[in-house]
Design a protein around this ligand. Structure first.
Ligand code: DAH
Length: 340
């Protein structure tokens, strides 16, 4: 067969494939031309009888037939299967409205972290960060925690190797910041913390805290109280009241814990606040002069307040979540009622 005849055959086969109305017809064209007993093998067999000078052109034409026809058949088959619905299915109707997925929602933990950062940013705080894997120096020693303090215990802390641990609090970020920056310092440090707690409805071995630190000259408890009260009003609404109770932390003196008035009952007592009218939020205090001294800062003239609050706790209170585990399960249905 001459090259010109092969080209004519190719054009005819391509035209046939273009006109084919079904995958079956396309398949029969493929078998007839490209199949094992089809035209193409026939042409190749005849190649040896052709004049040597014509062979290259015949070979080229045969190859074009093979490549072009196969490509056309493949694309037409794909086109037909897109257009023709599988047996039993309704044909695709482009005028039907799509299935609507609402816009995404922030996770409650992200919400609390982002809101807290936003509120403290208005008071001049910037975000600081520290590593999840800490040394005992930053997590305990520099924070004035004595060597025999129970929080260092194997049963409370995830020790990785001697001297290295998963941080149990975000407070070590305070030290890392004060090592580098000069007062005035105003930072807020959200992040993950780890404790060897058995998981239940209110405990998780991995949780989040937000640390705050303000260091300057003549910072007082009044600054702590006013800034925390401003934060409470912004986060929980204008009606919330804040109460400070004496407490102890190794790295603050004096130390306090503070509570928000219960947002459910407004303070009169209910199930959520266990009839007390108050909900415990966080620890805080005036940075202990010993912490400043260890860092080489003058404890006579340097003053500051610090606080560290649990993000899960605030999220659970704000959104009425009763089981901490829901926050980590990744079930998006859990987020739906939170949007209303
Ligand atoms: N780190 C403390 C904890 O995990 C919370 C805390 C209390 C942080 C007082 C502070 C602070 O910065 O001043 O229980």
């Amino acid at each position: 067969m001459k090259a010109s005849e092969i080209r004519a055959m190719k054009d005819a086969a391509l035209a046939e494939a273009r006109a084919a109305g079904s995958a079956d017809v396309l398949e029969s064209i493929r078998v007839k031309v490209l199949g094992r007993k089809g035209l193409l093998p026939e042409i190749m067999k005849g190649l040896k009888d052709a004049a040597p000078s014509e062979r290259p052109e015949i070979g080229l034409a045969a190859n074009e037939l093979k490549v072009q026809l196969q490509a056309l058949i493949d694309s037409r088959k794909a086109e037909l299967s897109r257009a023709a619905p599988a047996a039993g299915k309704a044909p695709f109707d482009p005028s039907l409205p799509g299935s609507w997925r609402g816009p995404g929602l922030r996770h409650p933990l992200s919400y609390v972290i982002e809101e807290t950062v936003r509120i403290f940013a208005r008071l001049g705080f910037t975000v600081a960060d520290g590593p999840d894997i800490e040394t005992d120096y930053y997590n305990f020693d520099a924070l004035n925690t004595p060597p025999d303090h129970p929080s260092r215990d194997e049963s409370d802390t995830f020790w990785l190797e001697p001297g290295r641990l998963l941080r149990t609090q975000t407070s070590p970020v305070q030290i890392r910041v004060m090592e580098k920056a000069k007062p005035p310092i105003r930072i807020i440090a959200p992040g993950r913390c780890y404790r060897r707690d058995t998981t239940d409805a209110t405990h998780s071995a991995n949780f989040h805290q937000i640390e705050g630190l303000y260091v300057d000259r003549e910072v007082s408890m009044a600054d702590l109280k006013s800034d925390i009260s401003f934060f409470a009003g912004q986060l929980m609404g204008p009606g919330v009241r804040v109460r400070f109770r004496p407490h102890f932390f190794p790295f603050t003196e004096p130390s306090v814990e503070y509570d928000f008035s219960c947002h459910v009952c407004g303070g009169s007592g209910c199930r959520v606040c266990k009839q007390s009218g108050w909900i415990e939020i966080s620890g805080a205090g005036m940075v202990d002069p010993r912490v400043f001294s260890k860092l080489g800062m003058d404890p006579e003239t340097t003053t500051g307040y610090a606080f560290g609050m649990g993000v899960e706790r605030i999220a659970m209170i704000k959104f009425g979540i009763t089981d901490i585990r829901l926050l980590y399960e990744g079930d998006v249905r859990f987020l739906e009622p939170l949007s209303s």
